[in-house]
Every structure is written in structure tokens, then in C-alpha cells.
Design a binder for this molecule. Structure first.
Ligand code: RFL
Ligand code: PHB
Length: 391
């Protein structure tokens, strides 16, 4: 099998890259290890930055998002049983975000890929990227019980944090920057209308809580839990009671309960692999970097990477110049590090470390007081949350 760009992974990064390349007249083959149902049902991100929304629309993938997505003009911060709304458009000159689940973005992009007739192979697991530093890189993969080789001009490693592409970068070239956190998020999906019309981020002495949503009738809620917690350790009743405690306010706000349809635990990590390119292999999305979910940045970073890569490949096709491909890693990393900083700061602002001292608790509250009383501090949060410019 032969193609111009071999794309490993059909998450948001790989699927959107395939769509953008199709628009630029560049052919690609997408290899995805899992089956279609798995990819379309994996519960993940929920918040799209303004820039991501614009990119999906321009790629012709925005029709259902515009019908079903929920535009949000702010978030609420809760601490000390008080509530404070951060008004995005007022602070950022009109920017907002969209609540539209990653599963829906993937479903839309998969449907488009099949409609355009482009190759997308499910249950096709890449085993290794070979010859990344040559003019003829190859992806070895297994599909329907047989091993095969995809020969390409370029390889896009869009295979997430646990993929194989990153391993093709020699140890002497790679530099890894990493932090793990001593807690994770227990997330539930519940068939009940959200108890607030915007997302609520709560800091509490017992730990962080987040109220989010998937639609006007489905709530998505998270609790900070100790690292290594198993979902089975928490009954539904325990989860609701703890959410009530951490999200509780001094006024008459109440949390609506409903049937829990899904429960899982996500570990938290910050990770950056530099450089994001080795020869003709380009890493994009979670394959190159991970952020803790507190800033809602992971999916949006993946979108930024593939927009930059698609533009560079189109430039190469039109002009023969490698200039933008050579700049790919540095261009992406500027935005990646801003998102790393913001996601780390939001995590530190709102979570309670198991060994937190009374002094650190007071500092956290002082930071929150600062954000809720200084327009400059609040604007900094609003600008970062609604998104840094692409490329
Ligand atoms: P993905 O989505 O992990 O996709 C990688 C794909 O590659 C496949 N794969 C392989 N295919 C072939 N051969 C191999 N050897 C392969 N190895 C792996 C995998 O099966 C998969 O289909 O990476 P991508 O495309 O880079 O997208 C990144 C995003 O998924 C991720 O950053 C976000 O989900 C992070 N995230 C959030 N991001 C946001 O922007 N806003 C949010 O609100 C948000 N909330 C979240 C999140 C992530 C969470 N979890 C579960 C980590 C909330 C949570 C709880
Ligand atoms: C979600 O809805 O899954 C979600 C929203 C905001 C975050 C993280 C996850 O910061």
C-alpha cells in the first residue's frame, strides 16, 4: 500500500488531518487500531475553543456542531461556598467556547471521511514506523490478521499517548518534560439536565469538583480522587453526596441527581516530547503532549497541531519549499507550552494535594480572590480558557 501521508490514529488529530489534507488535494491513509464503535463512544473532552470551532466549520465539519453544540459565554468558579462568574466575551473582546463532545466531533469526521471515499482502516494497528529519517518512511501494521506495510512520503503520528510513533524518535534526539499528579478525576455521565447552565469549577477543602454537560439532558461531572482509585470504590450515592458537598453554595442552588450511565477514572499528567518532528515523522496531539484536563486544552491542542501540519504540507505541495515543515515543531511548541502552563496553573489553583499545608490552602484562596477581584487577573484566565491563537 502507498500514499502521500500515512496517518496513524483516528482520534480527533488523525481524522481532522485527513480532512484538511483532502481539502488541499493531498492523499492519505488513516490506520486505527480500535474498531469504529469504540472510537465513536470513548468519553473524553467536552469543550471546543473558538479557534477549534472555526477550523471545524472551515473544514466542512461544523453543520451538526452548529445545530447541537451549546455556546458558552462563561464559567463559574466556586470556593468558600461562594460563586463567581467569568464572563468570556466581556473580558476577551467577544470570544466564547462551545460544548460539543469529542465523540461527536469524531463521529462527524468519520462520516465525512467515508463520504469522501478516503481510506480509513479500523482494527489496523501500527506496529512500527521505519525509516523516519529517510525519504521513504514506512509504517508496518497488522490488519485482519495480516501484516502489511504502508509506504509514504510523510508519516503523521496521531496515535495518542500510548501509541507507537514516538518510539521511532531515537533516544538521543528526544527530550521529555513530565509531571504526574497525586490525584485523578472520577468522571460520571448521568441522564439528568445540568444543574447549572454553564460549567462550574469548584475548589473545596475535600478536593476539586467540576460540573459539565453533554447536552440539555445529559450531565458530565467530575470529582478529584486519590491517585490509583478504582471507579468501583465509589457507589453512585457516594458520588452524588460528594458532589453536593464540594459544589454546595451558601444560596439556594441544588444539584439535580439522575441515573449514572458511565463511571471512570482518569489519571492526571503533564507531558511534552520535544521535538515534535523527526525526519519525515510528525507527531501531533496526545502523541506529543498531554495536559491535565482542568484547562480543557487537550483536544484543542491536537487541532492546532494538525492545522499547522496540513498548512505546511500544502505549502510544500504548492511551492516545493520545506520551510513550514521545518518550522512545524517550534511553531506547535510555542502554543503547547502556553497550554501546559495554563493547565498546570488551573490544576494547582483548584485541586487539593494530599499533603497540602494550611499555608498552601491560604495561597490558593488568595489566588482565587485575586482572579475574582482583579479584571486583569480574570482576563488572563478568560483569554487562556477561550484559546491561544493558532500557529
Ligand atoms: P487520541 O484521541 O488518543 O487518539 C489516538 C488514536 O490513535 C489510536 N492508536 C493507534 N492506531 C493505530 N495503531 C496504533 N499503534 C495506535 N495506538 C493508538 C487510538 O486508538 C486512538 O483512536 O489522541 P488525539 O487525536 O491526539 O486527541 C487528543 C484528545 O483525545 C485529548 O487531548 C482530549 O481528550 C483531552 N481532554 C480534553 N481536551 C479538551 O480539549 N477539552 C476537554 O474538555 C477535555 N477533557 C480530556 C478531557 C481527556 C480526558 N481523558 C479521558 C484523558 C477529559 C478527560 C476525562
Ligand atoms: C468535560 O466536559 O468533559 C470537561 C469539561 C471541562 C474540562 C474538562 C472536561 O476542563
Amino acid at each position: 500500500m502507498r500514499t502521500t501521508v500515512g496517518i496513524i490514529g483516528a482520534g480527533p488529530a488523525g481524522l481532522l488531518l485527513a480532512r484538511l489534507l483532502h481539502g488541499a488535494g493531498i492523499d492519505s491513509v488513516v490506520l486505527e487500531a480500535r474498531d469504529r464503535a469504540y472510537v465513536e463512544h470513548r468519553q473524553r473532552a467536552g469543550i471546543l475553543e473558538q479557534g477549534t470551532v472555526d477550523v471545524l466549520r472551515a473544514a466542512g465539519a461544523g453543520a451538526r456542531m452548529d445545530r447541537e453544540g451549546l455556546r458558552h459565554d462563561g464559567i463559574e468558579l466556586r470556593f468558600g461556598r461562594r460563586r463567581h462568574r467569568v464572563d468570556f466575551p466581556a473580558l476577551t473582546g467577544g470570544r466564547s467556547v462551545m460544548v460539543y463532545a469529542q465523540t461527536e466531533v469524531c463521529r462527524d469526521l468519520i462520516a465525512l471521511r467515508f463520504a469522501e471515499g478516503g481510506p480509513l482502516l479500523f482494527e489496523a494497528e501500527a506496529l512500527a514506523v521505519e525509516g523516519a529519517d529517510t525519504a521513504a518512511p514506512r509504517v508496518r501494521f497488522r490488519h485482519q490478521g495480516r501484516e502489511d506495510v504502508l509506504e509514504c512520503d510523510y508519516v503523521a503520528g496521531c496515535d495518542g499517548f500510548w501509541g507507537v510513533s514516538r518510539a521511532a524518535v531515537p533516544a538521543g534526539v528526544s527530550r521529555v518534560f513530565e509531571r504526574t499528579y497525586p490525584f485523578g478525576w472520577l468522571g460520571i455521565l448521568a441522564d439528568v439536565p445540568p444543574s447549572h447552565d454553564e460549567l462550574v469549577y469548584a475548589r473545596h477543602d475535600r478536593g476539586f469538583a467540576l460540573l459539565s454537560m453533554r447536552s440539555p439532558s445529559v450531565s458530565r461531572l467530575y470529582l478529584q480522587v486519590p491517585e490509583g482509585t478504582e471507579p468501583e470504590e465509589w457507589s453512585d450515592e457516594d458520588v452524588w453526596r460528594e458532589l453536593e458537598r464540594r459544589l454546595g453554595t451558601a444560596d439556594d442552588w441544588t444539584l439535580r441527581r439522575g441515573p449514572v450511565t458511565q463511571k471512570s477514572v482518569t489519571p492526571m499528567r503533564s507531558y511534552v516530547h520535544e521535538p515534535m518532528r523527526y525526519g519525515r515523522l510528525f507527531l501531533a496531539g496526545d502523541a506529543a503532549h498531554i495536559v491535565p484536563p482542568t484547562g480543557a486544552k487537550g483536544l484543542n491542542l491536537a487541532v492546532g497541531d494538525v492545522v499547522t501540519l496540513a498548512r505546511a504540507l500544502a505549502h510544500r505541495k504548492e511551492t516545493g519549499s520545506d520551510e513550514l515543515l521545518d518550522a512545524y515543531s517550534a511553531t506547535c511548541l510555542r502554543r503547547v507550552w502556553q497550554a501546559e502552563r495554563f493547565s498546570h496553573d488551573m490544576t494547582a489553583l483548584l485541586h487539593r494535594a494530599p499533603d497540602a499545608t494550611a499555608f498552601e490552602d491560604r495561597l490558593q484562596l488568595a489566588r482565587l480572590e485575586r482572579i475574582t477581584s482583579s479584571r486583569a487577573a480574570e482576563t488572563d484566565l478568560a483569554e487562556a480558557y477561550t484559546g491561544f491563537p493558532l500557529g
